[in-house]
Ligand binder design. Structure first.
Ligand SMILES: Cc1cc2nc3c(=O)[nH]c(=O)nc-3n(C[C@H](O)[C@H](O)[C@H](O)COP(=O)(O)OP(=O)(O)OC[C@H]3O[C@@H](n4cnc5c(N)ncnc54)[C@H](O)[C@@H]3O)c2cc1C
Length: 456
């Protein structure tokens, strides 16, 4: 063997930096994606801290004891353009638990016949979009032309998206009925903010990913199991099986940079790490020099309801509602009743203060007024889930100031859905950010290794 190679090998074996000590703070999907990425690259000296007694954060499921159904903490829509999510599912062995179907949305409005918007993937993505818009009975001819013009302008990078979505659609001369019927439901679902607050830049980026990049970006990905069984539990099992330390009920109170290392304090213990990835929603544990430079972010709520009914009232996978408080409905499997619906209301600040019964009555009355089959149905059981801090409100100002993954402190990186990636706060965005932060840890530890090798 070449002696140069031999000396490099021995340095690798002796060098403790080959096995850097890494902390990941936050066992949501972003932290798990970071841990899985590190594990895939052979890094096992990793500790994952999760404040709660279980992982998953805002992407999790639980058992409803009355019905025996597994309920998600809210309907999470995943799409064909969720490439990092699909990669993560492959890595944790869950990809067989999702199936994809082409986008097909049924639109319901009180007093009107249902309309449809579908994307058939046969041709290039932009042609599929044009064909989908043109063939939809949701829009009038002039609305279709306006929507197609906007789609082409986005495709050809001929848009200025610096303000809010409302300003953006108005500046692009989108008819108000088109905004109400198509753009507003997409913005609410994808950015969880009303048009006047949501960043147009984020809308344009998501629009490109869903409709203009790749043939299958607009497909819907439906899991056959709950979110925890799909995304969380297999990751935890895999990490633990490979020796990664996962600490539950382990809130980190403080991260301090001292003498070239990072000190992580929580539960009356202080541990020293070479690298830390912080994936929490609140920036309290971060050093002042970092937290004081982060934008002040408000969070937008989502209210979800589950309704168990004595008969089927909606059969295709995804339904949008116009002119009602109810925004979306998704039929779900259940053994308890003939039919279960997951109902969602995004940007739901007006609903969160209401009682469960009041929310139930509003959504039930909306469903019955827009779907004739629901008028004769009986509501057997319901559940209301309020997620008050569902997603960060990505206003144009916040979008401009979202932090990057690197910080001014060596070894300290940020992940989670707030970190800048141009997208809205989603499973996909959180996973991309977790993987990106883990990539930066790999790069920084390799750089230290190289310096060590050169020194020897
Ligand atoms: C109701 C609802 C509907 C949604 N719908 C969709 C959808 O349709 N499609 C989609 O893609 N996305 C959707 N999302 C968004 C998606 O759930 C989030 O973007 C994603 O879960 C964020 O993951 P995260 O890991 O960044 O953050 P989180 O899930 O918030 O994870 C952070 C974790 O860190 C832990 N933590 C925080 N601070 C500390 C600390 N100091 N020490 C230790 N642990 C700490 C928390 O307990 C938490 O477990 C929805 C979210 C909600 C709530």
């Amino acid at each position: 063997m070449d002696l140069g190679v031999l000396s490099v090998v021995s340095i690798f074996q002796e060098n403790p930096l080959r096995n850097p000590k890494i902390a990941i703070i936050g066992g949501g999907i972003s932290g798990l994606a970071a841990a899985v990425h590190l594990l895939e690259h052979g890094y096992r000296n990793v500790t994952l801290y999760e404040a709660r007694h279980e992982a998953g954060g805002r992407t999790r499921s639980y058992l409803d004891s009355t019905t025996g159904d597994i309920l998600d903490n809210g309907q999470h829509l995943m799409m064909g353009c969720y490439h990092a999510t699909l990669e993560y599912l492959r890595a944790i062995g869950s990809s067989n638990l999702v199936h994809r179907t082409p986008l097909a949305i049924a639109f319901h409005e009180p007093g009107k016949s249902p309309a449809r918007f579908e994307i058939h993937r046969r041709l290039a993505p932009s042609i599929n979009l044009l064909a989908g818009l043109w063939s939809s009975n949701l829009l009038s001819r002039s609305e279709k032309i306006a929507a197609i013009r906007l789609g082409l302008a986005i495709k050809n990078n001929r848009v200025n998206a610096s303000g809010s979505c409302k300003e953006f659609f108005e500046a692009r001369k989108q008819p108000s009925k088109l905004i109400r019927k198509l753009w507003a439901p997409i913005v609410l679902a994808a950015i969880n903010s009303p048009l006047e607050l949501a960043s147009a830049e984020v809308f344009v980026n998501i629009f490109r990913e869903i409709f203009l990049t790749g043939h299958e970006g607009s497909d819907l990905l439906f899991p056959s199991v709950g979110l925890s069984e799909l995304l969380i539990d297999p990751a935890i099992r895999m990490l633990q099986a490979h020796g990664i330390c996962v600490r539950f009920s382990a809130p980190v109170r403080e991260i301090k940079y001292e003498g070239d290392s990072l000190r992580v304090s929580g539960n009356n213990q202080v541990e020293v790490y070479d690298s830390v990835i912080f994936c929490g929603q609140s920036d309290d544990p971060l050093p002042e020099s970092i937290s004081s430079n982060l934008p002040r972010v408000e969070y937008s709520p989502i209210v979800n309801a589950y309704f168990w009914l004595d008969r089927m009232v909606l059969n295709s996978p995804i339904h949008a509602f116009l002119g009602t408080t109810l925004q979306w409905a998704f039929p779900k499997p259940t053994a308890y009743a003939s039919h279960r619906l997951a109902l969602t209301v995004s940007a739901a600040s007006e609903l969160t203060a209401l009682t469960n019964e009041k929310i139930r009555d509003m959504l039930w009355s909306d469903l019955q007024s827009a779907v004739s089959a629901a008028r004769t149905a009986k509501l057997l059981h319901f559940q209301i889930i309020r997620e008050k801090r569902a997603t960060p409100m990505l206003t144009p100002q916040v979008q401009q100031h979202r932090p990057g993954a690197s910080t001014s402190i060596p070894g300290l990186f940020l992940a989670g859905d707030i970190v800048q990636n141009g997208l809205s706060a989603t499973i996909e965005g959180a996973i991309r950010n977790g993987v990106a932060a883990a990539g930066l840890v790999l790069r920084s530890t390799r750089a230290v290794e190289m310096r060590e090798i050169e020194r020897h």
